[in-house]
Write a protein that binds this ligand. Structure first.
Ligand code: GTP
Ligand code: MG
Length: 422
């Protein structure tokens, strides 16, 4: 991730442990921040923690600890400090001044990863909106600290009378956000019509792979569909949704979508802006929730994912719980006992992937319903639609048209029944 052959930046991970965070949770969060740092190409050179009843309002750590941290930064020759919480603009500013190097909070780290990994126009626009939203209050803080001098210098550039540099920048940010939002809305319209067309054509057997970042969703997507989606041992490798058919094809035809990974404390701007990516998940009739069974913190990851799914309105979509990476560790028997109906597997084993595939197909086959349709000779053009979305069990010509006995997804069959009721 590091540009060219520059030396990687040396980072010190800094965290306050609040009373409500258990040791296990605290450790898990630190491990995750280390991984996030690694994803950005930083070298983590040390750890600096403090137990406190609350964050210090001026500088996150207590005043004494900030001095100690300054010494630690010098000792470790750290280029930057990574704070394992989202801190306020003034806390960040003060900390930076006192420890003498750049400070990035958890939100900034995640935003930076999203920024680097976003490839499509939509993903780039969404990330930029989130970044601008994060920067705006921080610029206000910087402007406040710059003092009244700033306001006095009016009348140059694009500024109207009395508008300070800070205000100008903030106005520009607002305008840029509005512009990006308009672009996204336009893309969304396009995407919705595309999506509607896709559903018309292909019926509604959709499964979405969801789960914590790095759980193995893209790996399973590849294995299930034979497609070449990006797989990487990085957090947030996937930032766009891809949709592919199960391969080899099944009856009914099942579409699989790979989605952006979840994470604890996903910056708020990102939850909102990535909702459109996760919308794919909402459309699916089945969510395959992929969990890295070999991660000691898997239960927390599972809970975080479920919480976010609730938040985006996917609470009632049926789940298939998939414990992946069992080849690396995890207690298979305990998982089966605790989560009845779950699948325990490794994406590295062909037989396991076949079992997952069978479970997905079985889910959709169970749901299938039958109906009898009447297709008038005058509507023969629609034959293609019926054959593409359903299995046609029987066909009989009669008078003005043909009777077709079909089997398919409830929603598809219902839609066809409305048009061609026998
Ligand atoms: N040992 C082992 N490694 C796996 C397994 N499944 C995936 N991996 C590895 O785990 C890492 C992450 O896999 P991805 O498929 O990119 O994970 P993801 O859930 O798509 O991650 P994001 O896109 O970041 O949300 C890769 O290095 C994979 O090779 C598995 O069953 N066993
Ligand atoms: Mg992925």
């Amino acid at each position: 991730m590091q540009e060219g052959n520059q030396k990687p930046k040396r980072a010190l991970v800094v965290a306050v442990q609040l009373p409500r965070a258990s040791d296990v949770e605290f450790e898990a969060s630190l491990t995750e921040l280390r991984q996030l740092a690694k994803t950005l190409g930083f070298e983590v050179v040390g750890l600096f923690t403090q137990k406190r009843a609350s964050f210090d309002s001026a500088g996150y750590l207590g005043a004494g600890k900030r001095k100690e941290l300054h010494e630690q930064v010098l000792l470790d020759r750290a280029d930057l400090v990574l704070v394992d919480h989202e801190i306020s603009p003034s806390q960040s500013h003060n900390l930076e001044k006192e420890v003498g190097c750049e400070v990035m909070d958890r939100t900034m780290v995640i935003l930076e990863i999203f920024h680097r990994h976003a490839h499509s126009r939509a993903a780039r626009a969404q990330v930029e909106i989130a970044r601008l939203g994060y920067m705006a209050p921080r610029m206000r803080e910087a402007a406040k600290l710059a003092g009244p001098k700033d306001r006095a210098r009016s009348g140059t550039g694009g500024r109207s009378g009395g508008e300070s540099h800070g205000e100008l920048d903030r106005r520009k940010i607002r305008e840029r956000i509005a512009e990006l939002q308009k672009e996204l809305d336009a893309m969304d319209l396009g995407r919705n019509t595309q999506r509607a067309r896709r559903q018309e054509r292909q019926g509604l057997a959709r499964v979405a792979l969801v789960g914590y970042t790095n759980a193995g969703k893209s790996t399973l997507m590849r294995a299930l569909t034979g497609s070449e989606v990006l797989v990487a041992d990085k957090l947030f490798a996937t930032l766009d949704t891809t949709v592919r058919a199960l391969h080899p094809e099944s009856v009914p035809r099942v579409l699989v979508s790979d989605t952006v990974g979840f994470i604890k404390n996903l910056p708020h701007g990102l939850v909102a802006s990535f909702k459109s990516t996760l919308d794919e998940a909402l459309e699916a009739s089945l969510l395959a929730h992929v969990v890295d069974a070999s991660d000691p913190g898997f239960e927390r990851q599972l809970a975080v994912t479920e919480e976010v799914l609730d938040e985006i309105g996917a609470k009632d979509v049926p789940r298939l719980l998939v414990f992946n990476k069992i080849d690396r560790g995890g207690d298979e028997a305990a998982l089966r006992a605790k989560y009845p109906g779950c699948i325990v597997m490794s994406a590295r084993r062909e037989g396991d992937v076949a079992k997952l595939r069978a479970a997905i197909v079985a889910f959709f086959q169970r749901r299938l319903v039958e109906a009898e349709l009447f297709l008038p000779w005058s509507a023969q053009k629609q034959r293609g639609e019926i054959f593409a979305t359903c299995e046609v069990l029987e066909e009989r010509a009669a008078g003005e048209g043909a009777f077709l006995r079909v089997r398919g997804e409830p929603e598809t069959v219902e839609r066809l029944r409305e048009k061609f009721s026998a």
